[in-house]
Design a binder for this molecule. Structure first.
Ligand SMILES: Nc1ncnc2c1ncn2[C@@H]1O[C@H](COP(=O)(O)OP(=O)(O)OP(=O)(O)O)[C@@H](O)[C@H]1O
Length: 708
């Protein structure tokens, strides 16, 4: 603000020689604060104000006192264009004002100056407040007592407090962060300080600059300018995750074994990964200077896939065969929000390597299958050398799984009709297991009387019961230690013993009868049954817990009628076996083989074995004819193997005949029945209470009498 805007304009002056009374008159008539005293040369030489008039007193005025006698000579003259503030430091109350030419143009009193300055300050304050309110940043100022003196609109918005509530209150009542109060204490400027405030609506992050207000070297307040950067923080996090994503995408594209090209809708290549170089021989940087049409022109591809995609506005797949590569090219359009194609992403898969790999894989698989088959064949041959015939597919499968199970100690349950070869399989598992050097103990559970089961299986101590061996005896479990215990006919075990068996299997220790000390045993258990254990369980004859403990890995051995491929090899095998055993050699006629093959073999392999033995030992000639197949053996006869011999069968005589013939007939029937039911001449002999040679002799006699 310039003096000219504040001064009272007037051209009234007074000469030094004029009377003081004149000066008084001017002052009182104009109300001016003073009259400049100007000499004849137009220079301001003094000033007369009300104060000089009063000091002069009425006498001086009446006595014709001149102005120069009372005027203030130490004056401060202001120029019109000087700032009003210039007057502030000058020790005078009234100032004559001159223009640029030195002519007096007015007068300015200190009061006017003060009023003008106040007005100026007010307007400036107003302006500052407007500026502060229009600032995006929050501004809070406090005085030295921590009382809020300034609080702009942005601060209102950020802190959610009204200016009227904030002004005049202590800062601690207005906002949560109190950092501004620290500035009062240490007087240090704090720049770019970041802090977060938890609101119920979420966390907000602020950035602030805090500075002390210093007057005369003393901290008289502090001002904080702060900004809510939560959004910026969020955006910057977003930005960094976008950057990260971009980097990941870049890595994915670069690490792809397939060539990837990204073009614009005109086919201009925008991005190409390294894999393209392997396929096209052109570096990614060179590709980025090209158009897909250039690749067609240079003969790398036969057509521009970008063009095809843009035309069809959908994904396109083509296969290309260039000189060295068999390629599968898939392109996908990328649309903008208006649905226009803006990019095309092309994936180029080199099928050459894949096809090669596929061929190699097929070859390896074929090779591996061959090795697998050879291995299985070798294994089977190995087992066959151990006098086990395996010809049918189902039996091969049984042996395969048995050999695999031999490698582990799992409990195995062998299921199958009587005579199918359950014990043979159990022995095979044992022989091929790591326990093969240990014992293989077979226990026919059905053949041991109930009262002896415990002592037979767990052993007994001396004096355990009447009739017990004096030294005591180890049971089958102890005997099978470090080996395999084969529990045949496990379904025949009485219920009370099943509990004891389960405990022993679980705890792996036995206590002898009459003993107190448990002994640990390391035994692999293989069980077998020709009964339906599930049915026995339902009837309450077999414990469920024992069933599940034994049935860890069940193996079903099919009956011979379901694996007819095994019949003839078994016949050969047993023929050879008995020829060697009896020192004989005979031929079977083709009819015999035919009959043997067509028989349903209810007694399974055991029956084959017995029939072959009978044929060899009972046929008189060198060649066994079909008619010579002994006794009641006829193809397809369905004799149940479990039918036991009945001692109570009565002998009935229906007429009179020669005693010898009747005796022969009786022997024919008895031996025939015994052979049919028991299977071998040895067993028949035992059942009939004679030697096996007697049976063979009698069979020859019966045949000789034409009674067979
Ligand atoms: N695959 C085979 N090769 C050679 N001999 C076999 C074969 N299968 C079974 N045998 C013979 O048949 C007879 C009966 O076999 P095994 O005792 O193993 O049958 P099983 O099913 O245990 O009979 P059971 O139910 O009566 O106990 C045995 O003499 C055995 O050597």
């Amino acid at each position: 603000m310039r003096v000219r805007e504040v001064m009272t304009k007037c051209d009234i002056i007074i000469r030094p020689l004029a009377s003081a009374l004149e000066a008084w008159r001017i002052l009182s008539s104009t109300g001016l604060p003073g009259v400049p005293v100007v000499n004849d040369q137009g220079k301001v030489v003094g000033i007369v104000t009300g104060e000089e008039i009063v000091n002069a007193g009425p006498e001086m005025l009446s006595e014709g006192t001149q102005v120069q006698a009372i005027m203030q000579e130490d004056i401060y003259v202001l120029r019109e264009d000087s700032p009003v503030t210039d007057s502030w430091t000058m020790p005078a109350n009234v100032f004559p004002v001159i223009n640029s030419r030195g002519r007096t143009t007015g007068i300015m009193g200190r009061t006017e100056a003060a009023q003008a300055l106040f007005k100026m300050a007010s307007s400036m304050f107003q302006q500052i407040e407007t500026i502060m309110d229009s600032a995006h940043n929050g501004i809070i100022a406090i005085n030295e007592d921590g009382v809020v003196t300034m609080f702009n609109q942005a601060a209102e918005k950020i802190t959610r407090r009204d200016k009227s509530e904030a002004l005049g209150r202590h800062l601690s009542e207005v906002i949560i962060p109190q950092g501004l109060l620290d500035i009062l204490k240490d007087g240090q400027y704090q720049s770019h300080y970041k802090f977060s405030v938890e609101y119920s609506s979420g966390t907000h992050t602020y950035l602030t600059n805090r500075s002390p207000i210093i007057e005369m070297g003393k901290v008289v307040g502090a001002i904080g300018v702060f900004q809510d950067i939560s959004e910026i923080e969020f955006i910057s996090e977003e930005l960094s995750s976008v950057k990260q994503l971009n980097k990941e995408l870049e890595t994915i594209i670069e690490s792809s074994y397939d060539g990837i090209l990204i073009t614009d809708r005109d086919g201009k290549i925008i991005r190409a990964n390294r894999a393209n170089e392997r396929i096209t021989g052109i570096s990614p940087s060179a590709l980025q200077e090209m158009n897909t049409q250039d690749l067609v022109n240079s003969g790398i591809y036969t057509k521009s896939i970008t063009k095809a995609i843009v035309e069809k506005n959908e994904a396109v797949t083509v296969s290309e065969q260039n000189t060295a590569h068999n390629l599968l090219i898939t392109g996908n359009p990328v649309h903008n929000q208006q649905g226009e194609i803006v990019r095309v992403v092309i994936n180029i898969r080199d099928m050459t390597d894949l096809n090669q790999l596929k061929n190699q894989l097929e070859q390896s698989m074929a090779l591996s299958k061959r090795y697998h088959d050879e291995l299985a064949q070798l294994r089977r041959k190995f087992i066959e050398q151990e006098n086990v015939v395996i010809k049918s597919t189902s039996m091969k499968e049984v042996m395969e799984i048995s050999l695999r199970l031999a490698q582990v100690d799992s409990t195995v349950l062998l299921l199958g009709e009587s005579g199918v070869g359950k014990e043979v399989v159990a022995k095979t598992i044992h022989k091929h297991s790591k326990r093969s050097s240990g014992p293989f103990i077979t226990v026919n559970c059905g053949a041991i009387p109930e009262n002896l089961l415990e002592s037979e299986l767990f052993g007994y101590n001396k004096g355990a019961f009447t009739g017990a061996n004096r030294e005591g005896k180890p049971g089958m479990f102890e005997l099978a230690d470090n080996g395999t215990l084969f529990l045949d006919e496990v379904g025949d075990l009485p219920l009370p013993f099943q509990v004891k068996l389960l405990r022993v299997i679980q705890e792996k220790e036995i206590t002898r009868v009459g003993g107190v000390r448990p002994r640990s045993v390391n035994v692999r258990i293989i069980t077998a049954t020709n009964k339906q254990l599930e049915e026995l369980m339902q009837q309450g004859k077999f414990r469920e817990d024992l069933y599940f403990r034994l049935n860890v890995v069940p193996i079903k051995i099919p009956p011979l009628r379901e694996r007819k491929d095994d019949i003839i090899p078994l016949v050969y095998y047993f023929k050879k076996h008995f020829e060697k055993a009896y020192g004989i050699s005979k031929e079977f006629s083709p009819g015999v083989y035919k009959d043997l093959l067509n028989h349903s073999w209810p007694g399974n392999v055991r029956e084959v074995k017995n029939v072959v033995e009978r044929l060899l030992v009972t046929s008189p000639g060198e060649i066994v004819q079909s008619v010579e197949i002994p006794f009641d053996f006829t193809p397809q006869s369905q004799v149940k193997p479990t039918e036991a011999a009945d001692d109570t069968r009565e002998i009935t005589v229906n007429g009179i005949m020669p005693l010898k013939k009747a005796q022969l007939e009786l022997e024919r029937q008895l031996i025939g029945t015994a052979l049919k039911e028991l299977g071998s001449t040895h067993k028949a002999a035992k059942a009939l209470g004679v030697d096996q040679s007697t049976i063979v002799r009698k069979m020859n006699r019966i045949r000789g009498a034409g009674l067979n």
